[in-house]
Ligand binder design. Structure first.
Ligand code: AHR
Length: 632
């Protein structure tokens, strides 16, 4: 393949070309990146997921019961655990196995619990092996428990050695002579990313940071919408002290604690230097109820609710919600430039009709009047509902695509033909099923999805991404979804990063490797490439950061032989050095997996230095399913 790359003549690249998408699915938040180690710490429940004792276990002859005491810990956390004994000797208590294990290391664990009752003795908190009962850390805490009043007890545990595995539990014990005590909000955090209180797991944050993303789409996905019982994600119930967060039934089959809330998401943006793309709920619930879409008059308070959220994020300290932000320790507004109205409003019975009839425009008009600089993104994936009545706004839409390798490759040119007046956020994309022999077909939602990303799928995603990069004037950026998968409990595979409670078992998928390579090799503007060959089996894009500094990206799909490249970059002469980074895997069906507790990573990265030959031409060869970046 002979290619000539021009020095100028393309389009400026979006500074957000690659980003992250996050929602609580697959226990990616609770039991995932949110570092809380105690599962079901506050017995939060709902109609959909009633309060439960799971996974708490009694210690000694303790009897554990859920109680709604006459004095609740708070209106938000009305249910507590009662620990009672009939004995007069020994200790009783309760034990929590964490989120399918607890990683015990010689580091500081910060804990707390609230107690209600009459007890003048001591509590003992421990981290111990579930298999051998070996105690790795233990601490006595004098009780301040008082009848009729909830009292918080804080502590730190510091094991001297690491546990050999994650089969560990957190134990809270006391003298059975206390008779009966109630506990709530029993919490334990390991060190967190950037030492944030109520923060995130460092290893998972590092895995995200490696991607070099520039934006963060939150808080859904379907999880913003809520399921049949009408529980959308409520920003104001995810802020402030944990005692004031009731939690909600998440969309993905479990109660969300909402410990990971709006402020935590925005701090996360700060910590990873990414800009938020904030979705607001727009009146569509999931589920099949006839009334799952709000009427215009029902929607009005929700428009105000979204404005209140924006004031919380962007408003001055003297505004009502800006003052609330200040009171929570954030006097300065956060940065926010993008707001998405809903999620996938092109789906479901009356979704598209009501969206274009009134739902989008009600939010659009109110938000753009209050915040004219915000870029408002529609969620329909096409342009039919974009722009509201004010088409001068630089509108955009969120395009989602879950498909198969061949289909992804066929979509390389998708953005060649879209409107140049609007931009697309590719807020969710992933190759989730294998090819169908001899057919270029999309996904079959009734058929199983892949358990792990396949290399051929990751290569096809790369080709789709290169197609989007080539049309940089039409895109905001792209984010793979879903981001995380707790291998002990999940609803959706494949995912970008899979994990267990053991940080040594964090698996970066084959797609993670591809995004890491493409995202960390940005350029300021695309540049035209002329060629003696059509796209296929090689697909490419070229860009320039500053004169002489080119980035050429390519991926090979379905080649029966090695593909030789001969590339001349305008203005480069013989001897100029370039760096060629090539990702490869043993074959297209290779996956990164966890087998018998061991992570297998099949992706290889080969980095070589090349020198331009006569006429400033770079020459190299790539194999089938290689993804490569050449920088000069
Ligand atoms: O990423 C999983 C789900 O796929 C998202 O929640 C939803 O937006 C899409 O349908």
């Amino acid at each position: 393949i002979n290619l000539n790359v021009s020095a100028t003549g393309g389009n400026a690249s979006s500074p957000l070309t690659y980003g992250l998408m996050f929602e609580d699915i697959n226990h990616s938040g609770d039991g995932g990146i949110y570092a809380e180690l105690i599962q079901n710490r506050a017995f939060q429940g709902s109609l959909e997921y009633p309060s439960t004792l799971t996974p708490w276990v009694s210690v000694g002859d303790a009897v554990l019961t859920l109680q709604n005491t006459s004095v609740p810990l708070s209106n938000s956390l009305p249910t507590s655990i009662n620990v009672a004994s009939n004995s007069t000797n020994g200790t009783i208590g309760l034990l929590n196995p964490g989120w399918w294990g607890i990683d015990v290391k010689p580091q500081k664990y910060t804990g707390s619990f609230w107690a209600l009752g009459s007890y003048k003795g001591k509590f003992t908190v421990k981290l111990q092996s579930d298999l051998t009962e070996e105690v790795f850390a233990s601490l006595d805490i004098p009780s301040s428990a008082t009848p009729g009043k909830w009292v918080e007890h804080k502590f730190e545990l510091e094991p001297r050695i690491a546990a050999p595995n994650i089969n560990n539990t957190f134990v809270l014990e006391f003298d059975c002579k206390a008779g009966s005590l109630n506990f709530n909000l029993i919490s334990l955090f390991p060190p967190t990313y950037n030492n944030r209180p109520n923060g995130n797991r460092p290893d998972l944050m590092e895995a995200l940071k490696d991607l070099g993303g520039s934006f963060f789409r939150i808080p859904g996905g379907n999880n913003i919408e809520g399921d049949v019982y009408h529980y959308p994600w409520l920003w104001n119930e995810t802020i402030g002290p944990l005692t004031e967060r009731p939690g909600r039934p998440g969309t993905w089959g479990y109660q969300n604690t909402d410990g990971l809330g709006l402020v935590e998401y925005l701090n996360w943006c700060t910590d990873l230097s990414v800009t938020p793309i904030l979705a607001v709920w727009d009146g569509m619930y999931l589920g099949n109820e006839a009334d799952h879409i709000l009427t215009a008059s029902e929607l009005e308070p929700w428009v105000q609710y979204a404005l209140d959220e924006l004031e919380f994020i962007l408003g001055p300290s003297h505004s009502t919600h800006g003052a609330l932000r200040t009171q929570l320790g954030h006097p300065e507004p956060w940065e926010l430039k993008y707001v998405e109205i809903g999620n996938e409003d092109d789906l479901y019975d009356n979704g598209p009709e009501t969206y274009s009839a009134y739902r989008f425009s009600m939010f659009y008009e109110a938000i753009s009047a209050a915040y004219p600089d915000l870029i408002i993104v529609s969620s329909t994936g096409d342009y039919t509902a974009v722009g509201g009545t004010n088409t001068s706004n630089p509108s955009a839409t969120d395009y989602h695509t879950y498909t198969r390798p061949d289909y992804f490759v066929s979509q390389f040119g998708h953005f060649d033909t879209v409107s140049r007046q609007h931009r697309s956020l590719i807020g969710e994309y992933a190759c989730i099923q294998g090819n169908v022999y001899n057919q270029v077909v999309g996904v079959d939602w009734d058929a199983p999805k892949l358990p792990w990303t396949l290399w051929v799928g990751s290569v096809s995603e790369a080709i789709f991404s290169l197609g989007a990069e080539r049309n940089s004037d039409t895109i905001i950026g792209m984010s793979y979804a879903p981001g995380f998968q707790n291998l002990n409990s999940y609803e959706w595979a494949p995912d970008l990063i899979a994990f267990t409670a053991d940080p040594s078992q964090t698996i970066k998928s084959t797609s993670h490797h591809v995004i890491e390579l493409l995202s960390n090799n940005r350029y300021n503007a695309t540049v035209p490439v002329t060629s003696d060959s059509d796209f296929g089996p090689a697909y490419w894009v070229a860009g320039v950061s500053e004169p002489g500094h080119y980035t050429f990206k390519t991926a090979i799909y379905n080649s029966t032989s090695t593909v030789p490249f001969s590339i001349s970059f305008e203005g480069l002469s013989e001897g100029v050095k370039g760096t060629l980074s090539v990702l490869s895997a043993p074959d297209g069906l290779s996956s990164n997996t966890l087998e018998n507790g061991v992570v297998s990573d099949v992706v290889r990265k080969n980095v070589t230095t090349l020198a331009a030959g006569s006429g400033g031409v770079f020459e190299f060869e790539l194999d089938n399913y290689d993804v490569a970046v050449l920088t000069t």
